[in-house]
Design a protein around this ligand. Structure first.
Ligand code: ZN
Length: 244
């Protein structure tokens, strides 16, 4: 089985279509979406419909919950909050229904799929070794796929208990050793924050035991123009070009 796993679309339809065009050319057996389909970007209903109609196994993210009014917006930055409040005004009933039904966790290829972390699927950012170690200890997964930070990369727990990082060079398969455990971050489709503005997603080849990060260019000027037309904060549009 080969899985195309993506996260943090953030209502960026141009980035989503570019990712699905490239991923689709490789004919994956299944799609997985790790949440935050909406928030920040200009096309929340269109992106939700696309992910839903694709049949992607999807989990909820913090922005998906916030768009439904299910998360305290005090946890959001001023810019994120402004975008979520706009999103709330445009969400269609069918989008709300779909978002509200998303689970927090899914089992994927014998592994786990969540938005933030195994112990706190909605809120926690796994950004450093202590956070990774705490999550390896908190749940009994072999491999967990996450998004939320918008920064692709992986953490490994060695058989001797040491925890470390694994870089995922775009386009190069990385083998997941059967004697180790992993937390793999697939990056963000619609708002990358690792300095590379290209959309990010990941291919899991469960038979070969490899993951391959993919980066895809898209027409971000189109997304920026839509954001300006919808009066979304200009800083949110500018950051797309920086990958920050
Ligand atoms: Zn996000």
């Amino acid at each position: 089985m080969r899985y195309a796993i993506f996260s943090d679309v953030h209502a960026n339809l141009e980035a989503l279509e570019a990712v699905l065009a490239e991923a689709g050319s490789g004919r994956p057996d299944a799609y997985v979406c790790l949440g935050d389909v909406v928030g920040y970007g200009p096309d929340p209903n269109e992106c939700a419909a696309r992910v839903r109609d694709l049949g992607a196994a999807t989990v909820a993210g913090n922005h998906d919950r916030a768009a439904l009014g299910a998360v305290d917006l005090d946890t959001f930055s001023a810019l994120a909050r402004a975008a979520i409040e706009w999103t709330q005004t445009v969400l269609l009933a069918e989008t709300r229904t779909w978002l509200a039904a998303l689970p927090l966790r899914r089992d994927i290829a014998g592994g786990l799929a969540v938005h933030g972390s195994p112990r706190d699927p909605i809120e926690e950012y796994i950004l450093d070794l202590p956070a990774a170690l705490a999550n390896f200890s908190a749940a009994a997964f072999t491999c967990c796929f996450v998004g939320h930070t918008h920064i692709p990369g992986a953490f490994v727990l060695e058989p001797d208990g040491r925890v470390g990082t694994v870089t995922l060079p775009p386009g190069s398969p990385v083998r997941l050793r059967p004697d180790a455990r992993y937390i793999v971050n697939v990056g963000s489709v619609g708002q990358p924050r690792d300095g590379d503005p290209r959309a990010s997603y990941l291919i899991l080849d469960a038979d070969a035991g490899t993951v391959t990060l993919r980066r895809v260019s898209y027409a971000l000027a189109t997304t920026q123009a839509k954001m300006a037309a919808r009066d979304l904060p200009s800083v949110l549009a500018q950051r797309l070009a920086l990958g920050r």
